[in-house]
Design a protein around this ligand. Sequence first.
Ligand code: BES
Ligand code: MN
Ligand code: ZN
Length: 511
Amino acid sequence: MQITLKTTDRPEQLRSGCLVLGVPARSALTGTAAAVDKATGGLVTQLRERGDLETALGKTLMLPVPAGLKAERLLLISLGEQEHACSDADFRKLVQATLSALGDARVADAHWLLPELTVADRDPAWQLQQLATLCVQKSYSYTATVSKPKPAFSLRKLSIDAGATSASALRAAIQRGVAIGNGINAARRLGDLPPNICTPSLLAKEARSLARAGARSGTAKAGTKGRAGSKLKVSVLDEKAMKELGMGALLAVAAGTAEPARLIVMEYSGGKRGQQPQVLVGKGITFDSGGISIKPGPKMDEMKFDMCGAASVIGTMTTVLELQLPINVVGIIAATENLPSGTATKPGDVVTSMSGQTIEILNTDAEGRLVLCDALTYASRFKPAAVIDIATLTGACVVALGKHASGLYSNQDDFAQELLEAGQRAGDRAWQMPLWDDYQKQLDSNFADMANIGGPSGGSITAACFLARFTRDYRWAHLDIAGTAWDEGAAKGATGRPVALLSEYLLAKAG
Ligand code: BES
Ligand code: MN
Ligand code: ZN
């Protein structure tokens, strides 16, 4: 997908597969809209007045052979009743409706007249970044294991008229948007892969190949030889190394599967040497059967998505690398399967985590917190500026927030605020949940320092409380993405969330 800027006050002269024009429900046509209307002999006005273009925001009308224009098609898109200044959500809806209409008509190149649109409290750069991300997301299709994949999104080239705003700022916005879209799609691709392909070793391989790709682009950019190559270094710990580190909680989850566990460490150094890194820790359960506390059959296949936290770490790294952000970022992925077998961990087993704290495993299906607690202890060695873990952690979070917001917990309220705002900007929202001490006693155990489950009430909260016991010595936040990481039903598939939120946060850190 090639997205460029092109400004013109004579849109009727533009040669393109399709001219895209926003049309307000009632107010007078101005600027480029008026120019198109005039060139087509008042066609736009006529279609609006006759009701052929419905007035609800996002309704589209594709005109295949518009007389008076050099473009092959004209796509009208209704801006709705509120006229100008629409909301973030309205803007995204407009963009998605437009992209769908272009895709349905198999348009390969289009020119979009954007100046007729204002989004409340957002500048044109925000619009272009969003638009670019949505375009790239639309280009995603799953192909890995289907013989005849559905035709991919037809659009190859999009030029955008964004009015008379500074071109360099807008170009940078497009670049950011594309990079975020690529990160999202990388996460979706990994999330969608079947669990017999997407194993812990595959995740390690993907991380390594990202480092190699980074080396190639890094060298090309720097034009230098040798060490200048990649800013991304990847190392992978096997079970022996984990054992030496005392990662008894992570290894307890891995005990039931023949598939070897991996702790994947990705170190991106774009900032000054010694600058404290932002650390992302992803839950990478490549299949969660529940273990001995086995899950019921229906929808168990969806537990292939239990590595979407890990995928979001790789996806965000993809974005960071593409944008060469001037900060240090560490990605840590705790990857294993959770299966029952003769060697599997049993309810009642007590294990010792890397932190030295002991855990009574009362339910082997509460495995995410077990792999994360050791990864979070490991994160300390990077002297982090902040740590964010991302996990499809609890069904309870889906009950609480549904599939629209990720659950956010933090041991520092100002940090939570930063992440909430990043999510707002990105259209990838989170909602803060309480991490009060009141909930901690639900984790009491008679046989260990804590139990791995906190009973039926407040399940997402007690899971976060468990993690909080391993993150006391740094600035920490936890994103429970159990509801947001994938869609179900006909549109079943990974969403790539919360790559956009994380990328926005890191962009803000990069200044
Ligand atoms: N991966 C699941 C959480 C999950 C379930 C995410 C459904 C999305 C949809 C997690 O490992 C799990 O099984 N959690 C248990 C915890 C319980 C045993 C305390 C849960 O939510 O039921
Ligand atoms: Mn589980
Ligand atoms: Zn799980």
